[in-house]
Design a protein around this ligand. Structure first.
Ligand code: PPS
Length: 297
């Protein structure tokens, strides 16, 4: 379970760090600063995502890869304990409880400018996972309504506006993706998308296994793939956030494991919002030279 004594800040408090707003309930200046000077080990595996890009899904995949496909006793251990977030207030305690016989599996939502400098001194493996930003936006919108440590969006329209400006919680999706991809040559990094894990799960798993130095084989792959499906994870208390107190995440307002599909944005965006989004996307990403694998329509 989450560690109640650590919650010093009110549930709706806000922490601004490097010009970006973070939920103050689970972040402090101290925890954010500590992440930026974290001493990585070469054996560490760091999963980095902008929120709602498939973090929990990849946490489940990575846990399974390092358990040879059998979660066993960690089946009910929540994802935030299996792969703690570097920047959150629980990190120090959770990190020291990680299994000393295994590589440390860590998570972060921080931008590249925050972690790039310390990571460049290590050979730690970085898995960067990205998702079609329109689906990220929709998932994040529902997440804001679900959890009490983020403000209720006033309207979907305003939420789109804020996302495009990059002024929302956790900063700009555009800067996050560009920043991390810009470090590809400097870090031991694998870029993966939600969409490829969704469409080609076995090939993506094999790619991950190779990158992590853990080649798997058909039997382990079958076992991992079975435990990473949306339906399996929805029922699993280690990854469906059912262990979070209802004062933090209220199940009567929705589910963390909401839909788990590609293209749900089509049910939310008006034609005008889509047009505006595409124009901003083109302006911000068009000349970046990045080949990102989703279609924007
Ligand atoms: S968080 O809060 O940043 O950690 O959220 P994150 O885990 O990054 O993203 C949550 C979204 O990922 C979906 N999800 C999955 N999709 C497909 N298959 C599996 N197994 C899976 N597990 C999680 C989850 O449903 C959220 O997306 P939406 O679109 O809201 O359903």
């Amino acid at each position: 379970m989450m560690q109640p004594p650590l919650f010093d800040n009110g549930i709706d408090s806000v922490e601004v760090f490097k010009g970006i707003r973070f939920p103050g309930f689970i972040h402090t200046q101290e925890s954010l600063r500590a992440a930026c000077s974290f001493q990585f080990q070469d054996t560490d595996v760091l999963l980095v995502t902008f929120p709602k890009s498939g973090t929990t899904w990849m946490q489940q995949v990575l846990s399974l890869v390092f358990c040879e496909g059998h979660l066993g006793s960690i089946h009910h251990v929540p994802n935030w304990e299996r792969m703690p977030w570097l920047e959150q207030i629980f990190f120090g305690k959770l990190c020291s409880s990680l299994n000393p016989g295994q590589p440390r599996l860590l998570t972060s939502h921080l931008p590249a400018e925050a972690l790039g400098p310390v990571l460049q001194h290590s050979k730690a493996r970085v898995v960067y996972m990205a998702r079609n930003p329109k689906d990220v936006l929709v998932s994040f919108y529902h997440f804001h309504k679900l959890v009490n440590f983020l403000p209720d969006p006033s309207s979907f329209e305003d939420f789109v506006d804020e996302f495009l400006k990059g002024t929302g919680f956790f900063g700009s999706w555009f800067e996050h993706v560009k920043g991390w991809l810009g470090l590809q040559q400097d870090l031991n990094m694998l870029f993966v998308t939600y969409e490829e894990l969704y469409q080609e799960p076995r090939a993506t798993l094999q790619k991950l296994g190779d990158f992590l130095g853990r080649p798997l084989g058909p039997e382990k792959e079958d076992s991992i793939l079975e435990q990473c499906t949306f339906s399996f994870m929805s029922q699993s208390s280690g990854v469906n956030y059912s262990q979070v107190p209802t004062t933090v995440m209220d199940p009567s307002r929705g589910l963390f494991m909401r839909k788990g599909v590609m293209g749900d944005w089509k049910k939310h965006f008006s034609p005008e919002q889509n047009e505006t989004f595409n124009a901003v996307y083109q302006a911000k990403m068009g000349n970046s030279g990045l080949q990102l694998p989703w279609t924007m329509d």
